[in-house]
Design a protein around this ligand. Structure first.
Ligand code: FES
Length: 128
């Protein structure tokens, strides 16, 4: 399942890019050559926001350590590496609809420990 987040097109046109908080993750919405695109706003290095990064030719440079991502696809352009998730965007009238995944379920500690035990992974509760 996915959920749809809406942004006013006029607001994006005025700002050029904006960060949108969603229940699953922060999203960076940006115009590239007049078209809106959306990627997760959390750099794959140390989760910095890309909102204030320099954008040139559709490529945003992370303001923290300068990793670079294509805003149209989320892919790394400075080297091979984990891309940013990119989300489908549709313009509907004067709004932009961004399709983002549902948030990951929150597990209790008991559920986490049981999952680790089933997989044979250490739970951190073993005694020597
Ligand atoms: S946090 Fe983005 S490059 Fe380090």
């Amino acid at each position: 399942m996915a959920q749809v987040v809406r942004v006013r097109l006029e607001e994006l046109e005025q700002r050029g890019r904006m960060r949108v908080e969603t229940p699953s993750c922060p999203v960076l919405v940006a115009l590239v050559e007049g078209r809106p695109y959306a990627v997760e706003d959390a750099c794959r290095h140390r989760q910095a926001s890309l909102l204030t990064g320099v954008v040139r030719d559709g490529v945003v440079t992370c303001p923290s350590h300068f990793w670079q991502y294509d805003l149209r696809t989320g892919s790394r352009v400075d080297t091979l590496g984990e891309p940013l998730p990119a989300y489908p965007v549709t313009v509907v009238g004067d709004e932009i609809e961004i399709e983002v995944p549902d948030p990951a379920p929150v597990l209790t500690m008991r559920e986490i420990l049981l999952a680790h035990a089933r997989e044979g992974r250490p739970t951190g509760t073993e005694t020597a």
